[in-house]
Design a protein around this ligand. Structure first.
Ligand SMILES: Nc1ncnc2c1ncn2[C@@H]1O[C@H](COP(=O)(O)OP(=O)(O)O)[C@@H](O)[C@H]1O
Ligand SMILES: [Mg+2]
Length: 270
């Protein structure tokens, strides 16, 4: 296979300077005496989009929580912007499978909530103009005073994107953010995510179950082994940007998908 070439971890992604650096990250959960992660090395470069794909239960969410400072690793080190991650930080934005908006708050009140928690009500109020600009960015203009009950699943996820971006994080950690959506909405949201990341030059790290989603969005895809999770393959995706959904019918796209699938299948029987 010529279109797909392996690269070393150290050179993954051809963007700017390293933003995240993980070395030998290991995680054992005392409860159940269970080893979830085994010596994960990862470098995320500024402005790059990386994905991780792996079987259910292999430790993907654990990895993301460690990167976010929500869970301490048992071994190894995690550096963000040159300083060790020892707890939650302002320069990290996170998004999960479910939007988890508060139903009694309006869309805009949900979006400025991280600011309210961090800096108080006045600061949150002062961010309303920024929140409106973000709503415009994700195509939710006019929905600022509606409550989550009035929003579709895709709209709620878009509001969750705004809530993630309001603190202007340097990195976006995304744990299967669109997997609850139907395929059409998901394709659309993926293109939106790409646009937002390109506009804001964000560094993104996406966990997904979908190989096509990983390939269409990423500069580099990491394939994880079953638990204890570790990276077994690194695939650089050499497709031009901006990516379009049409590219999913390209021969090269199909080769990437097959290549990753082969490694996932192999990993499942290790
Ligand atoms: N807080 C916890 N305590 C004990 N075991 C956990 C905890 N969180 C996750 N695990 C276990 O660690 C493994 C990896 O979980 P997770 O990171 O959620 O995997 P994934 O996101 O890849 O599906 C699973 O076997 C899971 O049951
Ligand atoms: Mg998970």
């Amino acid at each position: 296979m010529t279109a797909v070439h392996r690269i070393t971890e150290a050179t993954a992604g051809h963007h700017g300077r390293p933003v995240y650096e993980l070395r030998g990250v290991t995680k054992s959960y005392a409860r159940g005496n269970l080893k979830a992660l085994d010596r994960v090395d990862l470098t995320l470069n500024e402005g790059g989009f990386a994905s991780v794909i792996g079987p259910s239960g292999c430790g993907k969410t654990t990895l993301l929580k460690i990167m976010a400072g929500l869970v301490p690793p048992t071994g190894g080190s995690v550096y963000l912007q040159g300083t060790p991650v020892t707890g939650t930080r302002r320069d990290i934005g996170m998004m999960f499978q479910h939007a988890t908006l508060f139903p009694w708050r309006t869309t805009i009140e949900n979006i400025v909530l991280p600011i309210e928690i961090r800096d108080g009500r006045a600061a949150a109020k002062a961010k309303h103009a920024d929140a409106l600009a973000l709503l415009d960015l994700v195509g939710l203009k006019g929905f600022e005073h509606r409550r989550p009950g009035d929003l579709s699943g895709g709209m709620a996820q878009r509001a969750a994107i705004c809530r993630m971006l309001i603190t202007e994080p340097a990195v976006l950690l995304l744990d299967e953010p669109f997997s609850a959506l139907d395929e059409l909405s998901r394709d659309f949201m993926n293109m939106e995510l790409q646009r937002i990341c390109m506009e804001r030059q964000a560094t993104a790290f996406l966990i997904t179950h979908s190989i096509p989603e990983a390939v269409i969005l990423s500069d580099v895809v990491y394939v994880m082994s079953p638990r204890p999770g570790t990276f077994v393959e690194t695939v650089e995706i050499d497709l031009p940007r901006p990516r379009t959904l049409d590219m999913m019918t390209d021969r090269k796209f199909g080769e990437y998908v097959r290549h990753i699938r082969t490694h996932l299948d192999k990993g499942a029987f290790l």
